[in-house]
Design a protein around this ligand. Structure first.
Ligand code: SF4
Length: 373
């Protein structure tokens, strides 16, 4: 059974223009109902023992102090957290106070993932974030004083951003007491206001060359600052890789609760309703919160493990995957692997190991989709 769990908290003060998560903005009137319902959904899991717990959103720290206290209490009641459990919580800089951080630490949260995105005032405004560069720096310091393992998210290739703007973000990050950075190029997702604004010609995406240049700048700056690049978008100091995400990339199962939450348990993938109000209504009337479900075949599972695993910079051992899944990946993925080797996207550092080449790191999605077949 899974040893990892995800809880989705959908509340945000404002919906950022690029955000495509399952989120409700300015609907704090739903929080009471959410707290009751999340307890119900967690009850159904029957108190599993877990090694990693990730509370994401939305903005989990959007709860006020009393709501947060109740939420944390519910979570502790409904899981058996192992003694070394990595308990991550996403937070936005504008919500961080020493009191809130102390409360999180007191309940066992030992990793905070801060949605910093940038330290540049114009870029933050452009991304419609609710914090200033000073808020972001202060939030990192406040968290790090109490919870050592701080991760930040940074976005690059925002409209109008220059390489030197981005290098400035990386320099500021380097001077902060952080253990982990996740960094992504801005994407324009259908259904977001950024998508419509781009269609109207209000916003322009960065060119592919610009994205690549910025990504390479991130790799150079973060590795130069002592971070280990361990997954396409993830960099860790002091060996503090995100154990919860490793669980996903290594194809282990996980529980997930809350609106829009996707889980993988016992060979089945299920996704809850994305709409918070529909999710609440269904749970309150004792209906299933699940909107989609699919049984994953053994072959699909093996292919997905290869496709996600190859995102790890160290690559994957196909012999190990074959013995764990019972599927002869080297046979069924022979063409995909050979094509990627001859395109220079993959390397074969050992007879049964494959890993992305320098060029392959830039085109990991191509390699992954070939492995998926
Ligand atoms: S704060 Fe995060 S989750 Fe909330 S709307 Fe903005 S990007 Fe989405």
């Amino acid at each position: 059974m899974p040893r990892a769990a995800y809880i989705h908290v959908p509340f945000c003060r404002h919906k950022c223009g690029y955000c495509n998560f399952s989120v409700v903005a300015d609907r704090d009137d739903l929080i009471e109902r959410y707290l009751k319902v999340i307890d119900l959904e967690l009850c159904r899991l029957d108190c599993p023992a877990i090694d990693t717990l990730f509370v994401g959103g939305g903005t989990p720290t959007h709860f006020d102090a009393e709501q947060l206290q109740r939420f944390l209490h519910i979570v502790r009641e409904r899981f058996q957290l192992s003694s070394s459990c990595e308990w991550s919580m996403e937070a936005n800089p504008e919500d961080i106070t020493p009191e809130k951080v102390a409360m999180l630490g007191h309940h066992g949260v030992n990793r905070i993932s801060l949605g910093v995105q940038s330290f540049n005032v114009d870029k933050l405004r452009m991304l419609e974030r609710g914090h200033s560069p000073e808020d972001a720096v202060n939030a990192v310091q406040t968290v790090a004083d109490l919870i050592d393992n701080v991760s930040i998210d940074l976005i690059f290739a925002a409209p109008g951003e220059t390489l030197s703007d981005w290098q400035h973000d990386l320099e500021v990050a380097d001077g902060l007491p952080i253990k982990h950075v996740s960094t992504y190029a801005l994407t324009f997702e259908k259904g977001t206001s950024f998508w419509s604004r781009r269609a109207r010609g209000d916003l322009a995406s960065a060119s592919e060359n610009c994205e690549i240049e910025m990504y390479q700048a991130a790799r150079q700056a973060l590795c130069g600052a002592g971070f280990q690049h361990y997954e396409i978008s993830s960099f860790a100091r002091d060996g503090l890789q995100c154990q919860h995400n490793l669980n996903y990339w290594q194809g282990r199962g996980w529980y997930a609760v809350g609106p829009g939450a996707a889980r993988f348990v016992d060979g089945r993938r299920e996704v809850n309703h994305r709409s918070t109000t529909t999710y609440l209504r269904r749970m309150e009337s004792a209906e299933s919160p699940t909107a989609e479900q699919e049984a994953i075949t053994r072959e699909q599972y093996a292919r997905e493990r290869a496709a996600f695993g190859v995102r790890m910079i160290a690559g994957i051992d196909l012999e190990v995957l074959e013995s764990e899944t019972g599927i002869p990946l080297r046979v069924i993925c022979r063409d995909a692997i050979n094509r990627s080797l001859s395109d220079g996207l993959l390397l074969k550092p050992a007879p049964s190991r494959i890993k992305l080449s320098e060029r392959g790191i830039l085109f990991a999605d191509t390699v992954a989709s070939r492995l998926l077949g």
